[in-house]
Ligand binder design. Structure first.
Ligand SMILES: *[C@@H]1O[C@H](CO)[C@@H](O)[C@H](O)[C@H]1NC(C)=O
Ligand SMILES: *[C@@H]1O[C@H](CO)[C@@H](O)[C@H](O)[C@H]1NC(C)=O
Ligand SMILES: *[C@@H]1O[C@H](CO)[C@@H](O)[C@H](O)[C@H]1NC(C)=O
Ligand SMILES: *[C@@H]1O[C@H](CO)[C@@H](O)[C@H](O)[C@H]1NC(C)=O
Ligand SMILES: *[C@@H]1O[C@H](CO)[C@@H](O)[C@H](O)[C@H]1NC(C)=O
Ligand SMILES: *[C@@H]1O[C@H](CO)[C@@H](O)[C@H](O)[C@H]1NC(C)=O
Ligand SMILES: *[C@@H]1O[C@H](CO)[C@@H](O)[C@H](O)[C@H]1NC(C)=O
Ligand SMILES: *[C@@H]1O[C@H](CO)[C@@H](O)[C@H](O)[C@H]1NC(C)=O
Ligand SMILES: *[C@@H]1O[C@H](CO)[C@@H](O)[C@H](O)[C@H]1NC(C)=O
Ligand SMILES: *[C@@H]1O[C@H](CO)[C@@H](O)[C@H](O)[C@H]1NC(C)=O
Ligand SMILES: *[C@@H]1O[C@H](CO)[C@@H](O)[C@H](O)[C@H]1NC(C)=O
Ligand SMILES: *[C@@H]1O[C@H](CO)[C@@H](O)[C@H](O)[C@H]1NC(C)=O
Length: 710
């Protein structure tokens, strides 16, 4: 009797929990359990509903939406790479036992925060026959596949039976990266899309042109025309000949297409931005007659300015596969508000006409209607700073749609006098007003100056990472580390999930290790902390045996090996099967240079470690084309024990020559601040591993890579 009552109480407690239940993934998934579990290892098939296999989502931001079948193919690959689940993919109109059935279904339960239907919604059902995904569109089904991978990893391959309906609160969720003042290789953008997508973010806004130093007025015209400024798209079209003078730091059409396609495959749309009439020094460097006194701003009343901007957009609009494009339009001369309005509206009409209404335009919040700006309501605003505008009063109440990029979560790479370098978890979970941050928080000072969660004019949130101090202030991968640990938490809030900080902290590492199609951590599989160990004691062979147990044997190209020593001369080198190792690591070796000629000690895909460059002899790491030198040169004709250590965002070198006391130095970057002064900041450089000793003259012994910082 008592037992029965206890059981009954447990059951009712469970059903009460069931009603409010959700799976604590990132974002959380609303889910009602019905009792029992399903073992994901029993799955054998993915079955795509053949009636909808060729459907695409035409509502989202991309113009190149994958079909339901294509999304399922990407999912199939992810299941294999992440879960080692090798499922057959087929089409049918019905479920099959132990399959994931992917179908289409629509009803009114897919609601955003404003209570509107959204095509990004999906239903997930788990029962003894397997899983059913019912997407409101192929994109909705895609988000369900992220839920499945996450729930499987979080549940150690066991899923609770039950079902859930999930939909994002806001349609635009993601990040903005300043690729104007820092070049990022296309492969990096693609890997970032994989990262965003895993946490259901759908937007990657890429800022494609800009210049260093806002206060250009402190320079002479001659100096300004030489300041770093870049335009990242490379076209051979005569209309833009001379605009881009950095071919090796640009995207060709093919590369940019590939980035957009790879990202779209994972539900992420690239929103391109070409900035004008402010932050436009690169355009003035091309056509100096178009500048105001501050040469980073275009003189809109100059008769060639608008035609020049139209020529640029006419060239590049066909490159872009998004429904929204961004023309920048921030931080312009406040005496020229009516020129500004004219420019923005003229560009809007041009872009709409040129694309036959396929694309709409976005600008940064800058001048408000109160300040006299009279911008077409077809344009959306992207708010970034409450000193520039009060989105609720200035835009929303005036009938504009607004995307939130408030500086509450604004980052600046490397160093900043006022902004952080890495997203802060506590800001996301505690928010400015004691509850988690959300896309409707535009004003983090006054809660009442924000719209309600249900306001339909809030498009969503995009967290910005700027590179005010240019290329050498950070490495490429430092952008990822700015976001790595906390962006998924923000993604939960952008979606409308409610993961708690404690849940997030307990699940983050597990889910992070399962993000498919990227290796931003530059992880290397290893049996132990020792990843690679070359002792050079297997002579008479071109193979260098790896003693770590991982089998990462090296190959010698022309060098010789004697007495546990490799001799580098005449351009010979040692090749390893590895490329780059991210945080944390210790790369140690013994080295004896026998010539003062510069050479490469180690080279990898993210960095190079050299002893000098021909002008200087300093030990130098090069990453993203920028050199970071120590005040130190390896002594000639002496044996030095060296450890290169990546410890969080610090990179250090410890040296000890002929057994003497060791000395530790840190690689840092000298960041020039607005041409006025400079500061030193840490620089986090990956360990270069692909080739050893190319161009170096001297000896090396005992190369060892470990996966921890010494
Ligand atoms: C999260 O939201 C769900 C509804 O989706 C609710 O049932 C649950 O109680 C909430 N959990 C927390 C921890 O706030
Ligand atoms: C799940 O199924 C696999 C394969 O059938 C089996 O090896 C494993 O033990 C099962 N796990 C659980 C928790 O039942
Ligand atoms: C799905 O249902 C919603 C709400 O009833 C409706 O607005 C929408 O047009 C439907 N979409 C499709 C593709 O059927
Ligand atoms: C996950 O399941 C596997 C096999 O079913 C088991 O060996 C392992 O210990 C489990 N891990 C956790 C964290 O529960
Ligand atoms: C902008 O261009 C107009 C038209 O060419 C010219 O009259 C004006 O002086 C220019 N303004 C500046 C600040 O150069
Ligand atoms: C370096 O890491 C520390 C500790 O995580 C962090 O506070 C700082 O902002 C980071 N600096 C940069 C330049 O990334
Ligand atoms: C070597 O590096 C120094 C300092 O960064 C630089 O001034 C010099 O131009 C470089 N020399 C070569 C040949 O690259
Ligand atoms: C591009 O080439 C220039 C000139 O050779 C060089 O200074 C720069 O570092 C290169 N950029 C990258 C990212 O390698
Ligand atoms: C090199 O020495 C200079 C002058 O002492 C110092 O300002 C600078 O920080 C040192 N550089 C590094 C990378 O330690
Ligand atoms: C190279 O090292 C010397 C000291 O050994 C230092 O004076 C010089 O500034 C360093 N060069 C660079 C480019 O850091
Ligand atoms: C290098 O070795 C020579 C002897 O071969 C010695 O005189 C010199 O002090 C050593 N240099 C350093 C930096 O240890
Ligand atoms: C980085 O570039 C700035 C110019 O923007 C220069 O002043 C600074 O010395 C460079 N830092 C390093 C470490 O070369």
């Amino acid at each position: 009797m008592q037992l029965v009552r206890a059981l009954f109480r447990t059951a009712s407690a469970l059903s009460w929990l069931g009603a409010a239940a959700r799976i604590a993934t990132i974002p959380t998934i609303p889910f009602t359990e019905t009792g029992g579990t399903y073992n994901v290892s029993m799955l054998t098939d993915i079955v795509v509903d053949s009636r909808y296999a060729e459907e695409v989502d035409n509502i989202g931001q991309t113009l190149i939406p994958p079909t339901l079948l294509e999304f399922a193919q990407t999912f199939q690959g992810d299941l294999k790479s992440v879960l080692e689940l090798d499922l057959k993919l087929s089409q049918a109109t019905k479920r099959k036992p132990n399959s994931i059935f992917v179908t289409f279904g629509n009803d009114t339960s897919f609601m955003d925060a404003a209570g509107r239907w959204t095509q990004e919604g999906y239903k997930l059902r788990v029962d003894d026959r397997g899983l059913v995904v019912t997407g409101a569109s192929p994109l909705g089904s895609w988000w369900a596949t992220r839920s499945i991978i996450q729930a499987t990893v979080a549940g150690n391959s066991t899923l609770a039976k039950g079902s859930g309906t999930d939909a994002p609160g806001w349609g635009t969720r993601g990040v903005m990266l300043d690729a104007g003042r820092h070049y990022y290789p296309p492969e990096f953008l693609v890997e970032m899309c994989s990262y965003l997508s895993f946490f259901k973010q759908n937007t990657f806004h890429v800022h494609l042109s800009d210049n260093l130093y806002n206060n250009v007025e402190r320079y002479s015209a001659e100096q300004s025309l030489e300041l770093a400024a870049a335009f990242r798209l490379w076209s051979d079209d005569q209309a833009v000949a001379g605009l881009n003078r950095r071919q090796n730091e640009s995207y060709t059409r093919e590369q940019f297409d590939n980035v957009q396609i790879q990202c779209a495959k994972r539900g992420v749309t690239i929103i391109p931005e070409i900035e004008a009439p402010g932050h436009a020094l690169v355009i003035v460097q091309w056509k100096p007659q178009l500048g105001l006194d501050d040469l980073s701003m275009l003189n809109i009343s100059h008769p060639e300015t608008i035609p020049t901007m139209k020529a640029i957009w006419k060239t590049f609009l066909p490159w872009f596969h998004s429904k929204v494009v961004h023309i920048g339009a921030d931080e312009y001369d406040s005496r020229l508000v009516s020129d500004y309005t004219h420019f923005v509206n003229e560009m809007n009409t041009f872009i709409q006409t040129e694309t036959k209404g396929e694309k709409s335009m976005r600008i940064w919040g800058t001048f408000t209607p109160n300040q006299g700006a009279n911008i077409s309501k077809t344009i959306s605003y992207q708010h970034w700073d409450v000193r520039a505008d009060q989105p609720y009063y200035d835009y929303i109440q005036n009938g504009y749609n607004v995307l939130n990029s408030d500086d509450y979560v604004y980052l600046v790479g490397g160093w900043s006098g006022s902004f952080a370098q890495e997203l802060d978890l506590s800001k996301i979970f505690n928010g400015p007003f004691g509850s988690p941050y959300s896309p409707v928080v535009f004003d983090s000072k006054a809660i009442g100056d924000n719209p309600s969660r249900r306001n339909p004019r809030v498009l969503g949130e995009v967290a910005a990472l700027w590179n005010d101090y240019g290329q050498n202030s950070t490495t490429v991968l430092q952008a990822y580390y700015s976001w790595r640990n906390a962006l998924p938490a923000l993604a939960d809030k952008q979606w409308g999930g409610n993961i708690t900080e404690a849940e997030y902290t307990s699940i983050f590492d597990t889910l992070h290790a399962a993000v498919p199609a990227q290796n931003l951590d530059r992880k290397i599989p290893s049996r132990s902390d020792t990843i690679l160990h070359y002792t050079f004691d297997n002579s008479n062979s071109n193979t260098v045996r790896d003693r770590s147990g991982n089998g990462y044997d090296g190959t010698i190209h022309g060098c010789h090996m004697t007495d546990s020593t490799i001799h580098f001369a005449g351009g010979c080198y040692l090749e390893t099967p590895l490329s780059s190792k991210g945080r944390d690591y210790t790369l140690s070796f013994r080295v004896k240079p026998t010539s003062s000629n510069p050479g490469t000690l180690f080279a990898g895909s993210d960095s190079t470690f050299v002893n000098g460059n021909g002008t200087i002899t300093n030990a130098t790491l090069i990453s993203g084309g920028s050199p970071y030198s120590l005040n130190y040169t390896l002594p000639l004709n002496n044996w030095t024990d060296v450890s290169l250590v990546g410890d969080g965002n610090a990179t250090r070198l410890t040296v000890s020559t002929d057994g003497s006391k060791s000395e530790t130095m840190e690689f840092t970057t000298r960041i020039g601040v607005d041409g006025e002064y400079s500061v030193w900041a840490p620089i986090g450089v990956e360990a270069p591993l692909a080739r050893v000793g190319e161009g170096f003259t001297g000896l090396m012994q005992n190369i060892m890579l470990r996966g921890s910082a010494a």
